[in-house]
Design a protein around this ligand. Structure first.
Ligand code: BF8
Length: 630
C-alpha cells in the first residue's frame, strides 16, 4: 500500500470550524447557526401531514382531528404534498434542460456557443428520425433543439427518449400508465391533481409522482445532459482536484455555483483569456483560478478538469476563506445567505439568471447572445476586486485531493474494454462490465447521488457508505454533491484502489480508473439510466434483475425526490437516508417502500442508520445475484 490517505470528515469539520472563526470576526451568519434556530423542526411538516393547498386551513392532522376541513384524510394530504414536491423537482430539472435546448438553438459557427460534439448530435438526429445527409451541422443543431423544446409541450405522444429503455421497461411504463407525455403537461397535471378538490387517493398521487419524475429523468434531464454534451463536449477521463485547497491565495479566485453550464463554460473560457490573465497580473495577482461549487462545478470538472471547491454545505465556506473575489451563480441550490455573507467580505455575489434573483447580489443578466461580453465583464469585475481583499481575513484550508473524473457512459464503456481478457470490444458495449459482474469480480454497482443535508453529519454518510461498498467489490458511480464528497475525501483518486476489495482493485488497476466514478451533475443521473438500460439490453435481463441499486443518503431538494421517482420507476431499488415527508401516512409510506414494486419492479427503502443502510444495499445486491444464480 502506498502513501494514500483519505481526508476524513473530522478534518473537513476542523477546516470549517477555523473558517467560522473568521466569520465570527466579521459577524457572519452560517447555516450551522441557522439550523440551531430552526431545531426542532415542525413535526406536522416533517411527517407531511400539514395541508396548505386552500385558504380554509392550514389543516393539520392529529388523532383528534383526523380529517381536514374538506374531509381529506392524512393519506391524501401526504400523497398530495409528495406529488407537489416531485413536481417542483421535475419542473426545475426540466426547465434547466429547456434552457440548454435554447442555448443549442442559439449555437452558431461564429457565435458564443458552438457544437463541440457533432457525432453525438448526428446520433441523436438519427435516433429521432431526422434526415442528416448534406445538412449543415448548425442547421441540424437548430432543428434538433426545436424538436427538443417541443418535447415540453407537444399535445400527443410520450417522450422520445423513452425508446432508449429496454422493451420490458417501456411495456411497464405503458401498462402502468406512467409513460411521460409532454414534460410541461406532467408538471401541470401534477399541480392540477394536487389542487383542492382533485385527487386524494394515494395510488393515483404516487402514480403521477412517478410519471412526473420520469418526464424529468427520461425527458428534461436527459435533454439537458445530451445537448450539453453536444455543446460542450461529451466528458472523458480528466484529472482534477477537490476541496477548498483548490483556491489559490495568490490568484484571483472566481467560484462558479449553480447548475447550467452555459454560464460556467463561458466564465472558464474568459478566465483562460491571455488578455484577462495579463490584466489580473497587472492588479498584483499571479493568475486566475476558477473553481466550483455544486453541480455547475461538476459540469466543468467533467469536461475541463476545473477543480471542485466543494459541495452544497460548503458554499458558504468559499466566501469565508476571504480569498473569493466573486461567487458567480446561475440557478438552483444557491443559498440566499450568500448575499449578506458576501457583504461581510470583499466578495462579489453575482447573480445572472432571471430565475434566481437574490437580495444583496449584483445582477448581470446572462444570455446566449451576450454570453461572451457578460462573462468577460464578470471575470474583469472579479479581477478588479482582488485589491479589495482584507489580508487579515484570508485563510484557505490546505486541504485537497486528486481526482480523476469525466465518466460519461461513453467513457465507462471505453475504459472497461481494457478489463476483460477478451479482445477489445470494438462495438462499444457494456459486455466487459457485465463479465466482471457475472464472474463475481465485481459484486454489483451502486449509484450514489444527491445532496448534503444538515440532518446528516455532512458527507459522513456518503463517504462511509462508499468506503464499505468498494471494500466489498461494489463499484460506485456518483453524481451531484455525493460525487464531490467522494472527490474531497480522495475516493476518486486512482490510488483509492488500495482500500477496495481484491476484485474491484484488480478492475481499477486494469482499467486505470478510481473505484468511485464521477458521472456528472444531477441532471446527469440520466446517464446512469442509459447505462442501466445498456447493461440490461446487453445481458438480456430486465433492469430490475441487475445487481444495481441507487442511493441518496443525504438528499434535501425537490429535485432529489423527482430523481428518486424516476430511478425507482426505471426498475432500480433506491435507498434514502432522509424521509421524504411521508412518515405521517402509513398508506403512502407502504406504497413507496413496497406497493410500487408491483407496478415497476422496484421500491424505496428509507433508513437513517447508515450502517443499516449500507448493509441493506449489499444484501439487496447479493439477493439479486442469488436470484440470477451468479
Ligand atoms: O442538483 S446534489 S445540493 S447541487 S440538488 Fe443541489 Fe443536491 Fe447538490 Fe446539484 Ni443535485
Amino acid at each position: 500500500m502506498g502513501n494514500f490517505k483519505l481526508t476524513t470528515v473530522e478534518e473537513f469539520e476542523a477546516a470549517t470550524a477555523r473558517l467560522l472563526e473568521t466569520g465570527a470576526k466579521v459577524g457572519a451568519d452560517a447555516w450551522q447557526f441557522r439550523v440551531k434556530n430552526q431545531t426542532p423542526h415542525c413535526k406536522f411538516g416533517e411527517t407531511g401531514v400539514c395541508c396548505k393547498i386552500c385558504a380554509m386551513g392550514p389543516c393539520r392532522i392529529t388523532p383528534k382531528a383526523p380529517k381536514g376541513i374538506c374531509g381529506c384524510d392524512v393519506h391524501g394530504i401526504v400523497g398530495r404534498n409528495y406529488l407537489k414536491f416531485t413536481a417542483g423537482g421535475s419542473a426545475t430539472h426540466s426547465d434547466h434542460g429547456r434552457e440548454i435546448c435554447h442555448t443549442l438553438y442559439e449555437s452558431a459557427a461564429d457565435g458564443n456557443y458552438k457544437v463541440k460534439d457533432p457525432e453525438k448530435l448526428l446520433r441523436i438526429a438519427k435516433e429521432w428520425g431526422v434526415e442528416t445527409e448534406g445538412k449543415d451541422i448548425y442547421d441540424l443543431a437548430h432543428e434538433i433543439a426545436e424538436m427538443g423544446m417541443m418535447e415540453y409541450g407537444k399535445p400527443f405522444g410520450t417522450q422520445r427518449f423513452l425508446k432508449r429503455a429496454p422493451k420490458h421497461t417501456q411495456e411497464i411504463w405503458e401498462r402502468e400508465e406512467i409513460a411521460p407525455r409532454a414534460i410541461d403537461r406532467e408538471v401541470s397535471c401534477s399541480l392540477h391533481m394536487a389542487h383542492m378538490g382533485c385527487s386524494s387517493k394515494p395510488e393515483a398521487l404516487i402514480r403521477q409522482s412517478f410519471r412526473a419524475g420520469l418526464s424529468d429523468g427520461w425527458g428534461g434531464s436527459m435533454m439537458g445532459t445530451e445537448f450539453s454534451d453536444v455543446l460542450f463536449g461529451t466528458p472523458k477521463p480528466v484529472d482534477t482536484e477537490a476541496n477548498l485547497g483548490v483556491m489559490e491565495v495568490e490568484n484571483v479566485n472566481i467560484v462558479v455555483h449553480g447548475h447550467d453550464p452555459s454560464l460556467s463554460e463561458m466564465i472558464c473560457e474568459y478566465a483562460d483569456d491571455p488578455e484577462l490573465i495579463a490584466y489580473a497580473k497587472s492588479k498584483g495577482a499571479k493568475g486566475i483560478t476558477v473553481s466550483g461549487v455544486c453541480c455547475t462545478s461538476n459540469e466543468v470538472a467533467m469536461r475541463r478538469g476545473i477543480p471542485m471547491a466543494g459541495n452544497f454545505l460548503q458554499q458558504e465556506n468559499v466566501v469565508l476563506t476571504g480569498a473569493c473575489e466573486a461567487i458567480v451563480v446561475d440557478v438552483q441550490c444557491i443559498f440566499p445567505a450568500l448575499g449578506p455573507l458576501s457583504k461581510c467580505f470583499h466578495t462579489k455575489f453575482i447573480t445572472t439568471s432571471p430565475i434566481a434573483q437574490m437580495p444583496d447580489s449584483e445582477f448581470i443578466r446572462f444570455n446566449a447572445h451576450t454570453a461572451g461580453e457578460n462573462a468577460k465583464a464578470i471575470v474583469k469585475a472579479a479581477i478588479d476586486n482582488f485589491e479589495n481583499r482584507n489580508p487579515d481575513l484570508i485563510y484557505i484550508p490546505d486541504m485537497k485531493q486528486k481526482a480523476t473524473v469525466g465518466y460519461s457512459v461513453e467513457a465507462i464503456v471505453k475504459v472497461l474494454d481494457g478489463v476483460t481478457n477478451s479482445q477489445v470490444d470494438e462495438t462499444g458495449t457494456t459486455k466487459p462490465l457485465l463479465e466482471c459482474i457475472t464472474s463475481g469480480v465485481l459484486r454489483g454497482a451502486v449509484a450514489m447521488v444527491g445532496c448534503n443535508n444538515p440532518k446528516i453529519r455532512p458527507d459522513l454518510a456518503h463517504i462511509e457508505l462508499m468506503k464499505k461498498l468498494i471494500a466489498n467489490d461494489i463499484v460506485v458511480i456518483a453524481s451531484g454533491c455525493a460525487a464531490q464528497a467522494a472527490a474531497k475525501a480522495g475516493l476518486m483518486d486512482k490510488a483509492a484502489k488500495d482500500i477496495c476489495g481484491a476484485g474491484l482493485k484488480r478492475v481499477c488497476e486494469l482499467a486505470d480508473i478510481p473505484p468511485v466514478l464521477h458521472m456528472g451533475s444531477c441532471v446527469d443521473i440520466s446517464r446512469m439510466m442509459i447505462l442501466a438500460s445498456e447493461l440490461a439490453k446487453d445481458s438480456g435481463l430486465n433492469i430490475s434483475q441487475l445487481p444495481v441499486v441507487g442511493c441518496a443518503p443525504e438528499w434535501m431538494s425537490e429535485k432529489a425526490v423527482s430523481i428518486g421517482n424516476y430511478v425507482v420507476s426505471t426498475g432500480i431499488d433506491t435507498f434514502l437516508g432522509v424521509d421524504p415527508y411521508v412518515s405521517g401516512s402509513s398508506e403512502v409510506a407502504e406504497l413507496l417502500t413496497s406497493g410500487v414494486r408491483e407496478w415497476v419492479e422496484a421500491a424505496y427503502t428509507v433508513e437513517k442508520d447508515i450502517d443499516k443502510l449500507v448493509d441493506a444495499m449489499i444484501d439487496r445486491i447479493e439477493e439479486k445475484r442469488a436470484a440470477l444464480g451468479i
